[in-house]
Design a protein around this ligand. Structure first.
Ligand SMILES: C[S@@+](CC[C@H](N)C(=O)[O-])C[C@H]1O[C@@H](n2cnc3c(N)ncnc32)[C@H](O)[C@@H]1O
Length: 255
């Protein structure tokens, strides 16, 4: 691909990501969009669960496989490195749309909160998504979504891998993006069976995916990431929850 074509491809992939991200917020919140998590024709319980689990598994597999360094090394024999991340983002966004449109509704209510409590839950829903969005800027938003790589290539600059960061939310937890997702996924004033299935499966997937991500981060950043892992909790601010993996050779006081 030429440099300009790569940049256009990455930009298009970013626009599709933005559309899928906004759609997913409205889909989960049950507002503004034609198809939401609880809308659509009724299906038998077993069929709905199987279809929904298959959709979530496709998304999880794409994310976990395509994000691994070994896969990237193999994959970049066929896809040019400056658009590798944009291709990951495009695949993830299309699968997110597939979840939104393919999801079989299971609208029976599991729990419901009303009045001021519902307002609090909506505020948590908004806070979760805001944490996700802000956290992407605290690491590197444009790197995460593949634009920085294509931009550097278009300008003829050498690509440099960004270092891991410990600023802002990353001072309090190591995975604020995933924390934001978990808050948003569980914050539903009316929790349906389908929404509960979605929240439970995605939370379980996040906990597994974080083990894989941290294993890669440890390999890439070595002792400095091991030290960060010892000092900063994984997901819950103030709660030191040790991840499994290589213990750090460095001793640090808890803080
Ligand atoms: C979808 S982001 C999720 C980041 C993090 N797990 C979170 O929940 O905030 C995944 C990318 O973030 C990168 N990453 C994770 N922690 C990071 C940190 N502290 N600083 C910079 N990049 C980080 C990983 O290398 C990976 O490419």
């Amino acid at each position: 691909m030429t440099r300009i074509a790569s940049l256009l491809y990455a930009s298009l992939s970013y626009v599709i990501f933005l559309a899928s991200f906004l759609y997913a917020i409205a889909w989960l919140g049950g507002f503004l969009v034609p198809k939401t998590i609880d809308s659509g024709p009724a299906s038998p319980l077993a069929a709905a669960v199987i279809v929904n689990l298959l959709l979530l598994t496709a998304f999880a597999l794409q994310h976990s496989v395509m994000a691994r360094p070994g896969f990237k090394r193999w994959w970049t024999q066929f896809v040019s490195p400056p658009i590798e991340r944009a291709t990951f983002v495009l695949a993830a966004s299309l699968l997110l749309f597939a979840i939104c449109f393919g999801w079989r509704a299971l609208p029976e209510t599991v729990w419901q909160v009303q009045g001021p409590a519902a307002t609090v839950v909506w505020a948590l829903f908004a806070t979760g998504w805001l944490i996700v969005l802000l956290s992407t800027f605290m690491i590197s938003h444009f790197e995460l979504f593949g634009l920085r790589q294509a931009w550097l290539h278009a300008r003829g600059r050498v690509y440099t891998t960004p270092d891991y960061v410990e600023r802002f939310f990353y001072r309090f937890v190591r995975h604020p993006i995933m924390l934001g997702f978990i808050i948003a996924f569980w914050s539903a004033p009316t929790m349906s069976v389908g929404h509960l299935l979605f929240a439970a499966v995605t939370t379980a997937y996040i906990l597994v995916a974080l083990q894989l991500e941290e294993r890669d981060l440890l390999k890439e950043h070595g002792a400095s990431y091991a030290s960060y892992r010892e000092r900063v909790p994984m997901l819950v601010p103030g709660l030191k929850w040790k991840s499994r993996g290589t213990p750090s050779p460095i001793r640090h006081s808890e803080g």
